[in-house]
Design a protein around this ligand. Sequence first.
Ligand code: ZN
Length: 596
Amino acid sequence: MRKIVLLLFLFLNIGVVSAHAEATQYKGMVTGDQTFLKDEKGSTIGTISKGTEVIIEVYNDTLVKLVHPESDLFIDAVAIEIVEETITPENVATIGQVKTNSMYKLYQEPSPESLIVFTGGVEYIFQVGNIVNGYYEIQFGGTNVYLSVENAKALFEDTYAFDIIGNDLPIYEWKNGELVHKGTLAKNTAWKIERDIAKYHIIRIGSKEYYVPIIGTFPSNKKPSVSVPKSAKYPLSLVTERLTPVFTKDGRALGTLNKGSLLHIKGIDGRQAIINFYGKDARIFFNHLVHTNAIQPKQAFSHPETGFYLQVFAAMYPEFTELKTIGKSVEGRDIYALKLGKGKKEILMDGSLHAREHMTTNVILEMLDTYSANYLKNSIYEGYSPRSLLNNVSIWFIPMLNPDGVTLVQSGANGVKNGELSTKINKGSTNFQAWKANVRGVDLNDNFDSNWDKINSTVKSPSPSGYRGPRVFSEPESRALRDFVLSRDFKGYYSYHSSGQIIYWFNFQKDGQATRDITIARNVSSLTGYRVVPPMFVVGSGASTDWFIKQTKMPGLVIEISPYVGNKPVPLANWDSVWKLNRKVGLYLAREANSR
Ligand SMILES: [Zn+2]
């Protein structure tokens, strides 16, 4: 058994206090069965265990005085037996002070299983040399004994930051007259103190205050890494689906968030969401999050914003989504495709093939948002069961086939790399609202091959619309769609455009194929009220759906979502009506495809 040594400094009276280094010291041992430690008023503060070794500066027949940093302590001399003389005192650095609970124990080792050296009976202040495995290392002179951090409260003076020591600590919010548990802060993390109220530190983030118990914290010499909460680049609120661990960029634990916490997502880093965690930039895994309504659709979606949301959905729901980059635009922008559902059968829907028709991206994103939320809850949406439907037939969404063109329409020539060329094609005009083509003036819906060489067009050179390109499939955007279609086995392809509230379906289908395809067109017409365009027998076409029909013998529709608005994007004022008419279309088409 290792004997513990307490350094006890003895003074007979105040008048003989001398420099410690010159003092003579003795080593003694506590021999009494119940030896009390007393303060300067003679009140007992606790009991020193029998067998504990102590070091005494001056020995007296009646009372030994322990010099303690905060106040004087005494022990009956009769309970001490001198073991050895001439001991030199050590000076040991301290990191702060703690005030004990009224009941506490000091242990020989930082473990409740180790020997009890001292049993405290009243609140008392000790100097702390270190914090070891959830224990304060208490210095009675120079030798260490241990006090559980749960049994003492650190004394904060001018310190404005605290460390979490021992175990993770709960964090609360004051709501309707009570403290509501929000999650935990991890040990070994430093936080900034706003002020203290009773037994709590207050930390403040924005206008909100949070409560952390003072017991279990210690003044921090670390600079708490408080970052000014930045607003998210794109608005996105998600909810924790279960108790969620929160950590730093390098993976250090910061704490937890309770199930049901509403979070504003600041960004995405792979499968991790970047959030603000009580003032710090922090990470959680997206698969701990769910959405109910992630996308606010009444706005123009840029290409980066569209990519952001697609990545969020893919990271949040890896079990029923799949995100692919099917190719890159002329300027290198990613062309994304996201699969929704686990069905082996697949259909394809796209939007923003024509640049100015970018409200079609909104339709695709809102379908993704709505269908996936209902899939998640396994709820019925407008008479459809998204989960059972999409478990049979998956929908691949390409929200923006022409990202350069959309960027040109939304941000002008300065938003793209080929702005000078685009401006030249635009006859010097900086107004790109009428632009339909890709960034170098090829109309992608004239670049696919349905007897492309027989296209009858007066447009012979790059143009905001109607130029078929120098060769069939000359453009990376049309090739990306072609190659994606050829790599899969789509049971139908439905391409959203924006002008005229009409539906195209015909590319010389015959017999059963024609009956099937016009039936689908008429059913979409019943849902939307859009008019079905009768066959026009155009021999040469470069439209994506015409190529798809010819290539796969499967149905292909062009669905034009808005009343004619002229040569410009559909105004946002039309959105509510557009969504109302189209909200069921994806689910209908998935259900329809289940028969093939
Ligand atoms: Zn169009």
